[in-house]
Write a protein that binds this ligand. Structure first.
Ligand SMILES: Cc1cc2nc3c(=O)[nH]c(=O)nc-3n(C[C@H](O)[C@H](O)[C@H](O)COP(=O)(O)O)c2cc1C
Length: 251
C-alpha cells in the first residue's frame, strides 16, 4: 500500500494498552487543531472537546465507565461534547430562541457531529503514533461525567476518547475482522439476504479470530450483541439528556 492515509485507516484498531509515556503538549495541540477541521452540520460547530490528563480524574472516569481500567492507564481522556450552548449564544444574540436541542433532529445532528469528531480525533492521534479507544461508557453514568467537567445545560458528553502511547504488543495485535464487504456495502437496494448471510457468517469469523489470537474465552459476536441489544445497556441516557435541556418535541 503506497498511500499513507489509506494505510493508516486500513490498519486502525482500538488500543487499550499504554506504556504510561506522555502525549506531548505540542502533539496534543496538533491533534485538537486537526480534529477541528472536521465538518459540522450547517457549520454550526456544535461540538466542544473537553479533556483531562489528571490521573485521579482518569481513574474516576474509568470507574464511572463501568470499571474500564484501560482508561485509567491512558495519558489523556477527551470528551466529545454536543454543544448547543454555543449555538444558543449566537441565536440569542439576534433576539431569537433556539429550540433545536428539543428535537430528535437536534439529537441526531449532535450525535452525528460527535461521531465525526471522534473519528477525526482518533485519526489525528494515530497519525502521530498514539493509540486511542472510543469510550461510549461515558453514558453509563452521564450525570457524574457531566459534573466532573462542569457541563452547562444544552450540552451532553456523547462519547469519549483515550489517547496514549501504545505498547509494542498492542501495536502488533491483529486487526479485528469485519463482516464481509458485500454484506456491508449495497448498491441501489438494501439486500436483506446478503445482510443475513454476512452477519451469520461473521459469528464464525470472529470465533476463529478469537481462537487463533488466544481470546477464545471471550463471548461470541451473537452473545455480546444480544447481551447489549436485548436490553438498553445505558439506562440513564434519556434522563440525563432531559436534565441537560434536551427533549423530543419535533412536531
Ligand atoms: C461510539 C463507540 C463507543 C465505544 N465505546 C467503547 C468503550 O466504552 N470501551 C471500549 O473499550 N471500547 C469502546 N469502543 C471500541 C469498540 O469496542 C471497537 O471499535 C470495536 O470492538 C472494534 O474493534 P477495533 O476498533 O479494534 O477494530 C467504542 C467504539 C465506538 C465507535
Amino acid at each position: 500500500m503506497e498511500n499513507q492515509t489509506l494505510k493508516q485507516l486500513q490498519n486502525r484498531k482500538s488500543i487499550r494498552h499504554f506504556t504510561g509515556e506522555a502525549v506531548s503538549k505540542e502533539d496534543l495541540e496538533t491533534i485538537f487543531k486537526t480534529a477541528q477541521r472536521a465538518p459540522t452540520s450547517i457549520n454550526g460547530q456544535q461540538i466542544s472537546l473537553i479533556y483531562t490528563r489528571d490521573k485521579e480524574k482518569l481513574k474516576t472516569i474509568a470507574e464511572l465507565c463501568g470499571g474500564q481500567t484501560h482508561i485509567a492507564t491512558a495519558d489523556v481522556f477527551v470528551g466529545v461534547v454536543i454543544d448547543f450552548n454555543r449555538t444558543d449564544i449566537i441565536v440569542e444574540s439576534i433576539g431569537k430562541k433556539q429550540i433545536i436541542e428539543q428535537s430528535a433532529e437536534g439529537i441526531m445532528v449532535g450525535a452525528v457531529d460527535a461521531g465525526i469528531m471522534l473519528h477525526a480525533l482518533q485519526v489525528a492521534a494515530e497519525a502521530l503514533g498514539y493509540g486511542t479507544t472510543a469510550i461510549g461508557g461515558v453514558r453509563k453514568d452521564s450525570d457524574a461525567i457531566i459534573e466532573i467537567f462542569n457541563l452547562p445545560k444544552k450540552t451532553f458528553l456523547a462519547v469519549g476518547c483515550t489517547i496514549g502511547v501504545p505498547t509494542q504488543e498492542a501495536k502488533n495485535a491483529p486487526l479485528k475482522p469485519r463482516i464481509s464487504l458485500e454484506s456491508f456495502v449495497m448498491q441501489e437496494t438494501y439486500d436483506r439476504e446478503k445482510v443475513r448471510n454476512g452477519v451469520l457468517g461473521y459469528e464464525q469469523i470472529l470465533k476463529t479470530f478469537r481462537d487463533t489470537t488466544g481470546s477464545g474465552s471471550m463471548p461470541t459476536y451473537a452473545k455480546i450483541t444480544s447481551s447489549n441489544y436485548a436490553d438498553v445497556y445505558y439506562r440513564k441516557t434519556a434522563k440525563s439528556l432531559v436534565a441537560q435541556g434536551f427533549a423530543f418535541k419535533d412536531e
